[in-house]
Write a new protein. Structure first.
Ligand SMILES: NC(=O)c1ccc[n+]([C@@H]2O[C@H](COP(=O)([O-])OP(=O)(O)OC[C@H]3O[C@@H](n4cnc5c(N)ncnc54)[C@H](O)[C@@H]3O)[C@@H](O)[C@H]2O)c1
Length: 281
């Protein structure tokens, strides 16, 4: 995987807020006014933001008024970010040096990290347990789980300075279901839930919240490309979900938006299922 890091400068800049830290999350008038105008003054970093759910999350956080930085191993992130007015960084989030370099660059350019969404993952790797090699296992764990630790560590070091931060990790409904032919993927997504709880306990003293969103079956570009018979998928999902429609990337982005905002200041260590009522627990 490529680890080149070519920062793309954001063409649309929002002036940075110099407000005092607001650790208990209560909004003051100035902040409410800033949010109404679409400028929170906060910087949101989304990994795996060049397509699919990550891109929808980046779009939503930008619409919420955040300055958005997307990190992706796919060089397409540069053009995606340029055309959206975000900053794009090409980096492999499983690589410690690449992650630390990316966050150093973000802090240099943007001055702060307020929101981190750990979304990047190796997806769509379906294989029976006997054909999962140790190299396969280690690669998937590095991208899906080690990356969450690396990015959260880098972001929390900055967030604690202002005693405010939001980390949202993307897990998966497959952790609850224990799906066939996904043994490494399911294990990694369970690890994301465990990390979310443990990290929430540690960084809560600095008013950093850490939560997870667990998507159900979401219709992304990759999903449409991999499974052309979308009607069959919709019918199958309607059988197992309470709500008879496909989940969309915007559904996940809306949940992330809530957890990344001030209204979620007393929620931490939780995993929010966004799956049309597939899993109820
Ligand atoms: N689509 C679904 O139905 C679904 C369901 C449950 C959970 N999820 C989770 O939601 C998240 C997004 O899923 P998606 O369907 O949009 O996936 P996707 O495969 O379409 O997008 C993943 C993104 O992550 C990037 N990425 C992969 N490896 C990377 C690395 N080493 N460093 C940096 N970036 C990397 C890819 O380039 C891509 O842009 C993932 O965590 C996935 O596990 C998706």
């Amino acid at each position: 995987m490529s680890t080149s890091r070519t920062p793309v400068r954001c063409s649309v800049r929002v002036s940075m807020s110099r407000e005092k830290p607001n650790p208990d999350g209560h909004r003051n008038r100035r902040r409410v006014r800033a949010m109404t105008e679409g400028a929170t003054g906060r910087v949101a970093v989304v990994t795996g933001g060049s397509r699919g759910i990550g891109r929808a999350i980046a779009e939503r956080l930008a619409a919420d008024g955040h300055r958005v930085v997307v990190i992706d191993v796919d060089a397409a992130v540069e053009e995606v970010a340029r055309s959206a007015g975000w900053r794009g960084i090409v980096a492999d989030v499983s690589d410690e040096a690449a992650v630390d370099g990316a966050f150093a660059s973000i802090l240099e350019q943007e001055g702060r990290v307020d929101v981190l969404v750990n979304n990047a993952a190796l997806t769509g790797v379906h294989r029976p347990w006997e054909s999962v090699s140790v190299a396969d296992w280690d690669e998937l764990m590095a991208v899906n789980l080690r990356s969450v630790f690396l990015c959260s560590r880098a972001a929390a070091r900055d967030m604690r300075e202002r005693r405010w931060g939001r980390i949202v990790n993307i897990s998966s409904v497959t952790f609850a279901l224990g799906m066939r032919n996904l043994v490494d993927y399911v294990a990694s997504k369970g690890g994301v839930v465990g990390f979310t709880r443990a990290f929430a306990r540690e960084v809560g003293q600095d008013f950093i919240t850490v939560n997870a969103v667990s998507p159900g079956s979401i219709q992304t570009e990759a999903d449409i490309a991999n499974f052309p018979d979308q009607d069959a998928i919709a019918a199958a999902q309607a059988e197992v979900q309470a709500l008879p429609r496909r989940g969309m990337p915007a559904d996940i982005a809306a949940a992330v938006s809530f957890l990344a905002g001030d209204d979620a200041s007393f929620i931490t260590g939780q995993t929010l299922g966004v799956d049309g009522g597939w899993i109820m627990a």
